[in-house]
Design a protein around this ligand. Structure first.
Ligand code: NAG
Ligand code: NAG
Ligand code: NAG
Ligand code: NAG
Ligand code: NAG
Length: 433
């Protein structure tokens, strides 16, 4: 059988126990600790500057040293300091997980890693932005923020993974009723929270644009798709006018042989070296950029859409197959990777996908803010997730092969909803007219 979820390519190349990287890591960690000790526990510092009573602040200070990107806080408002939620690190948190497989009854069994022997270690971490604290997800707060509204996750099984996490997080406060026949893996799902008249949708559109799998002479799928880069997929476009919140994402399905069309004409392909048709490989970045540009332009030009439509783009989520690909790779780590490991191991194209997505969103955001319509933001989770090689079902997946693509529940994917809520609650840059 063909892989329904792609990527027969070895993606993550972590140097297992490489003496060099371990030594480097030890050096970095020990010099940071030394610096930290020197700065934070020097008694004379307290004496010289008695006004700086930042005893409870050590976390913030130490994070400063490990931060690679300086993020000056921008004061927007007296009670709101903006901070980059996406530059940070994972810290241990014994107060997790927020939910378990017994408190979240709608958890799909393939994400219920604890039930299949993975344990809970991967869920005992929280994301710590360098410049602030990310609030622990508050389901009551979330539901009152979205009261009376409709939210859709549009994308592939990872978009569904975020919705699954959200369902579990919200299940701690309210009960959702599925409106469709629900088997956990449906490509279209609708959930309703009668207590808050809130509706949650999942819409399967793995490329965002129109796509059709090529078949061979016998009508069997070939696992290669025809992508119409200039046409949004109608499955989500037709729902757009009903929505108040849209979270779009895509990426992993592009990493396979695909054929690219513009205005109905074959213009190129990706991952197609030495194939039968005489078309040029235009590169994954090209395909991803066009698909997102087409989608975002469609949204910003949507006349029937709600004026306050909030569009969030969740950036690329890395898989972590090691020592092989989708069929034979594995991911059996028990701790997050270090930044050093990620830098040497993450495939460049994962980061390139994220860069393209951020660029395309930036481009549209300017346009849409000029017109004063809606709001567009990025949920830039790529770096955070690159670190979490330990957060996939791996061998605890129900399939015969390791699942190093999706995320366990509870687990690091819950952070996507922490940043979702934080982003929804951010005040608008300027009031709508
Ligand atoms: C820790 O950070 C605070 C500001 O967040 C600063 O006032 C204080 O001096 C820092 N302490 C050390 C020891 O660096
Ligand atoms: C973090 O480091 C930068 C540059 O070294 C410094 O300007 C800033 O004050 C530091 N912030 C904190 C919270 O210590
Ligand atoms: C929940 O997880 C525990 C391990 O933490 C496991 O023993 C149990 O079978 C799971 N229960 C269900 C209902 O999946
Ligand atoms: C189509 O099916 C026939 C008969 O089962 C088989 O011999 C042939 O190889 C198949 N062609 C392709 C392209 O798979
Ligand atoms: C992961 O699997 C490899 C190969 O089977 C093994 O050598 C390694 O010890 C495993 N790591 C853990 C943490 O189980």
């Amino acid at each position: 059988m063909k892989a329904s979820i792609n990527d027969p390519i070895m993606e993550f190349k972590v140097l297992r126990n490489s003496p060099c990287s371990v030594l480097f890591l030890v050096l970095v960690v020990s010099s940071l600790s030394l610096l930290f000790i020197l700065l934070s526990s020097n008694p004379s510092a307290t004496i010289i500057e008695p006004k700086q009573q930042s005893i409870g602040n050590t976390d913030q200070n130490s994070s400063n040293f490990s931060s690679s990107i300086a993020q000056p806080p921008i004061d927007e408002d007296e009670d709101e300091v903006e901070c980059d939620l996406f530059a940070g690190r994972w810290v241990r948190d014994a107060a997790r997980p927020v939910y378990t497989n017994s408190t979240c009854t709608m958890m799909p069994s393939a994400r219920n890693c604890a039930a299949h022997g993975k344990g809970m270690q991967h869920a005992l971490w929280r994301w710590k932005p360098d410049g602030c604290e990310l609030q622990r997800f508050d389901p009551v707060d979330f539901l009152s923020t979205v009261r009376g509204k409709k939210m859709a996750f549009v994308g592939d099984s990872l978009a569904r993974n975020q919705m699954e996490s959200l369902l579990c997080l919200l299940s701690q406060a309210a009960t959702a009723t599925p409106e469709d026949a629900y088997n956990g893996y449906s490509k279209f799902q609708t959930w309703h929270y009668p207590s808050h008249d809130f509706t949650l949708l999942f819409i399967w559109a793995e490329f965002l644009v129109e796509a059709k799998e090529r078949t061979d002479a016998n009508g069997t799928g070939t696992d290669a798709f025809d992508l119409h880069l200039d046409r949004v997929s109608p499955v989500w476009a037709e729902k757009l006018p009903e929505l108040h919140y849209l979270i779009i994402s895509a990426g992993n399905w592009f990493i396979r042989k695909n054929y690219l069309y513009d205005d109905g004409n074959l213009i190129g392909c990706v991952l197609c070296n030495n194939n039968d048709e005489d078309v040029k490989d235009l590169g994954l970045g090209y395909a991803v950029r066009r698909a997102f540009r087409t989608s975002l332009e469609h949204i910003s030009r949507c006349r029937d859409c709600d004026d306050n439509l909030v569009t969030l783009l969740r950036t690329f989520s890395s898989n972590h197959f090691e020592d092989g690909g989708w069929f034979d790779g594995r991911c059996n780590r028990t701790e997050p990777l270090s930044e050093v490991e990620v830098r040497s191991a993450a495939p460049q194209r994962h980061w390139d996908f994220r860069t393209v997505q951020v660029e395309e969103m930036g481009r549209m955001k300017e346009g849409s803010e000029r017109e004063g319509k809606g709001r567009m933001e990025v949920l830039d989770v790529t770096k955070a997730m690159m670190l979490r090689a330990d957060g996939h079902p791996g061998a605890s997946s129900l399939a015969t092969r390791s699942d190093c693509l999706h995320w366990c529940l509870p687990g690091p994917v819950d952070m996507w909803n922490d940043v979702l809520l934080a982003t929804l609650k951010k005040k608008r840059k300027r009031p709508l007219l």
